[in-house]
Design a binder for this molecule. Structure first.
Ligand SMILES: [Zn+2]
Length: 116
């Protein structure tokens, strides 16, 4: 199936609303920048406050009544804090893993019933 490629003119792009993947309006296209030597164009978008930002063509997902941007790959900022596991100690007598007794800060062997 051949996808119908629609040519988008500069005139059509200018003044279009830019919506990000979450549905937020980022602003309207004020200008289109072409970079020599690169195939892509970038859109200069300005929000209502007049704050400008450039959006490269690679970020655009679809152009219809609005310019829809691709969802940005969210970098996981909240890393699951792994509880630091105590390095297991082995009882020198029975070779069973020892239990660390926080209260006495010593290793205890339940099998031998003694601190090692
Ligand atoms: Zn033991």
């Amino acid at each position: 199936m051949a996808k119908q490629e629609k040519a988008i003119t500069r005139e059509k792009l200018a003044g279009m609303q830019v919506i990000d993947a979450q549905g937020h309006a980022l602003g309207t296209v004020k200008d289109i920048a072409f970079t020599v030597g690169k195939t892509g164009v970038s859109l200069h978008v300005e929000d209502k406050k007049g704050q400008g930002r450039d959006i490269t063509w690679e970020e655009v997902q679809a152009v219809g009544d609005f310019i829809i941007l691709k969802p940005t790959t969210q970098t996981a900022t909240t890393q699951t804090a792994q509880p630091k596991e105590e390095a297991k100690q082995i009882c020198p007598t029975c070779k069973e893993p020892l239990s660390y007794i926080e209260q006495y800060q010593r290793w205890y062997c339940y099998k031998c019933k003694k601190y090692c």
